[in-house]
Each structure stands twice: as structure tokens, then as C-alpha cells.
Design a protein around this ligand. Structure first.
Ligand code: 5U1
Length: 404
């Protein structure tokens, strides 16, 4: 048999690497040792470096990121990215079901698709002829930001669709999130290198996607779970939402393994209870459940009100972020200065969703008073999240006592 040409070898490598990462990141199956994957990846990069004219937008080498952008450009969503109405109790959920039955003038039980509501960032992906050409944030629902280079670095997002039967133009929507284990890993690394500490996984996912340098995004453990199709061609080619999601799975997308279809609102109530009980054991943060009328014909009939569909609802979980009493704070400011805490009993501070104390690493503002330092605020992470250590807001001079 003749030796494959270099071009053929390149194509074979791309196919192999796409397939390995699909099995690993979407199906959670390891089909090849990491070292072998790395070897094949390097071989691919070497061929592409020697033949830049063979580079392609859907090559696995695109996962490593690209040159930094000066700014994100804007993207108009042809089909607006909607938001969801919320309910907070079972009674409100039953009212939602009743409203739909009244509107449909039919009291027959409805089938609902049930999915976890991931606490992440809503994103749209556009595929043309099966190749990922654009990723965009939701923005205000009509105009978002172009984050194509960043989404290409996320291994569970196909650069090229698998299988067959996809339309010429396909827009897929879902949530980009950071699994809890990845969040703990990057925060641990940041603690030991004095880097940026994120308050929660959502914050970390948002910060990672907002990078103008996609090579940084590439180092962040992000995933995307897909929950919808915006029908680019204007034609519905499925009869139900769940059928659409099953097809997205065939085309290589990650769809929640928790997706279920139930045949009545009572099934939704049971699903909510089940996932609420398992919430802490999941690999990612969720803040509720989304219920959607499964039939696309009924969805169409029900339509929208304002910016939310009448056929879907988010049943939110009780909040996990709480305000609590500060019991103790440890500060280390240089070698010789000890910071005394003033009036600790009146203080409050924020804990994160994992009920960990989000300890302030950097003391931001303090001043000396009667031989003591009075602590006004210490940083939790950086930026907006301030740990208030004292309720007094008296003006202070920061010039002499300001540490980073
Ligand atoms: N799981 C899930 N999350 N989520 C968020 N499904 C889902 N659907 C959404 C949103 C905003 O919107 C569609 C109902 C339009």
C-alpha cells in the first residue's frame, strides 16, 4: 500500500484528535493515553507550522487560543436570546401549568422536558456547513459580544459537527460553566502564586470568557452544556425539544445527562425534589430546574410574553449564598505589623456557595488608631467583592496604610 501523503496524514490526525476529545470531554470516556494524545497533537502542530496554507478553522490546533484581540466586536442575534420567568414554590409551578392548560383550552396533562439550570454564562454558537464560525455572549438578548476565539478553546464544544443531517446553518444555545473541581483547582493555583481568586464558579467562568487573550481562556477548565436550537433555517425539523437535544448529542454537543421528559406537572415536582436532594453531589453549580413544554407545536402555539417564553419556567432553588457573622479574621501584613480587629462582633462577611469562608487574602484598607490598626475592609478576591469588617464608614486616609 502506498504511503499516505502528508496532507492525508494531516486530515487523519485531525479526525483522530477530534474523536478522542469528543470521547473524553463529551462522553467522559478515555480512549487513549494522555501521552499519546499529546504526541499526535504535536505532530499535527508540526505539520501545520510547516504548511500554514493548510491551516483550517476547525483544526484541533485551534483549541490553544490565538493572538489577543484589541476588543470584542458586537454580534446581533437574529433570533433574540430570551430569558426565563422564575417560580420559587411548588404552588407557583402548579399555577404555571394551569395557565398553560387554560391558554391551550385543554386540561390534558402535558409532557415537560426537565433540565438543571446551570449557573453559568448563556452563549450562542453558530455553525455553517458543520463548522463553528461564531460564538457570542447573550448580552442584552439582542446584541452580544463575539467570543469566537474563546469558545474554540473549550474542548466540549465541537469545532466541526459529527454525524449527518445538520442544516446548512445551525445556531445552538447553552450555558458555559466551570465545574466545581476545576474552580477549586484554579483557585488553589492562584493562592499559591498570589493570582486572582474567584468568588464562585460562575464568576470564574465569566472572567475566563471575558479574556481578550484566548490563550488564557484555553487554560481555564470550562465546559458547555447545550439546551436549545435557534432554528437558523426557519424550519423546525424536530417535533419535540427533547428530540432536538438528542440530535445535538449525535452531532457532538454536550447535553445535560440529567435531561428527562415527564408526562405531567407532578413529574416536574418529583424531578425538582430529586435534583434538589442531589444538588451538592453534582460536579457543577445549579441554581434551579428549567421545565419546558416538550412539544414544539405547543411551544409555537403558546408563544412569548415580553422576553420570556410562555412554555418554559425556571423553578429556582433556595439561595446558597448567605450573610453571616464574622467570627475571626487572620491578617498578615508584612513581618512586623500586627493588625488588630476592631469591634469584630458587628461585622458581616460573605461566604460562597460551597459554604466556604471566602477568606480575604489582601488587606486593602486600614488605619492606625490608638496604637492599633482598625480594619475597614479586606478584599475577597479582587474587585467588587469586599469583606466588610466594620460597620463604621468614617472617612479615612489611605495614603499611609494601604497594602495590595
Ligand atoms: N437548562 C436550561 N437553561 N436555560 C436557560 N434551559 C434553558 N433555556 C433557556 C435559558 C435562558 O431559555 C430558553 C427557554 C429560551
Amino acid at each position: 500500500m502506498a504511503e499516505p501523503s502528508l496532507r492525508e496524514r494531516l486530515n487523519a490526525l485531525r479526525e483522530q484528535l477530534h474523536s478522542y476529545s469528543y470521547h473524553y470531554y463529551v462522553l467522559n470516556e478515555s480512549t487513549i493515553p494522555d501521552a499519546e494524545y499529546d504526541r499526535l497533537f504535536r505532530e499535527l502542530q508540526e505539520i501545520e507550522a510547516a504548511h500554514p496554507e493548510w491551516q483550517s478553522a476547525d483544526s484541533p490546533s485551534q483549541r490553544v487560543g490565538a493572538e489577543p484581540l484589541a476588543a470584542f466586536s458586537q454580534v446581533r442575534h437574529e433570533t433574540p436570546m430570551l430569558s426565563l420567568d422564575n417560580v420559587f414554590s411548588e404552588a407557583e409551578l402548579l399555577d404555571f401549568d394551569q395557565r398553560i392548560k387554560t391558554r391551550l383550552k385543554d386540561s390534558a396533562e402535558l409532557s415537560y422536558a426537565c433540565e438543571p439550570k446551570l449557573d453559568g454564562i448563556a452563549v450562542s454558537l453558530l455553525y455553517v456547513d458543520g463548522v463553528l464560525v461564531r460564538g457570542a455572549t447573550r448580552g442584552d438578548g439582542r446584541v452580544g459580544e463575539d467570543i469566537t476565539q474563546n469558545v474554540k478553546t473549550i474542548a466540549s464544544i465541537p469545532l466541526k459537527l459529527r454525524g449527518t443531517g445538520w442544516p446548512e446553518e445551525l445556531e445552538v444555545r447553552g450555558e458555559i460553566y466551570m465545574p466545581r473541581a476545576g474552580f477549586a483547582r484554579i483557585n488553589d493555583a492562584a493562592r499559591s502564586s498570589d493570582g486572582k481568586i474567584f468568588v464562585n464558579p460562575r464568576n470564574a467562568a465569566a472572567g475566563s470568557l471575558r479574556q481578550l487573550d484566548s490563550r488564557i481562556t484555553a487554560t481555564r477548565p470550562l465546559e458547555m452544556s447545550c439546551y436549545g436550537i435557534a432554528l437558523g433555517d426557519g424550519e423546525a425539523w424536530f417535533y419535540s425539544h427533547s428530540e432536538g437535544l438528542a440530535t445535538l448529542r449525535d452531532w457532538g454537543f454536550l447535553v445535560s445527562p440529567e435531561l428527562r421528559v415527564v408526562d405531567s406537572i407532578q413529574g416536574c415536582v418529583a424531578y425538582y425534589q430529586d435534583l434538589l436532594a442531589r444538588r451538592d453531589g453534582l460536579a457543577y453549580d445549579i441554581d434551579g430546574i428549567v421545565f419546558k413544554v416538550d412539544s414544539l407545536a405547543l411551544q409555537e402555539h403558546l408563544g412569548f410574553v415580553s422576553r420570556a417564553p410562555r412554555w418554559a419556567i425556571a423553578h429556582k432553588f433556595p439561595a446558597q449564598e448567605e450573610i453571616t457573622q464574622l467570627r475571626d479574621v487572620e491578617f498578615q501584613v508584612g513581618r512586623t505589623v500586627i493588625v488588630g480587629l476592631y469591634n469584630a462582633s458587628t461585622t458581616v462577611y460573605k461566604i460562597n456557595r460551597q459554604k466556604e469562608r471566602v477568606a480575604g487574602r489582601g488587606l486593602r484598607r486600614a488605619w492606625r488608631e490608638s496604637g492599633q490598626f482598625r480594619v475597614v475592609a479586606a478584599e475577597v478576591g479582587r474587585g467588587r467583592n469586599w469583606l466588610q469588617v466594620n460597620q463604621e464608614r468614617s472617612p479615612i486616609s489611605m495614603s499611609n496604610h494601604y497594602w495590595r
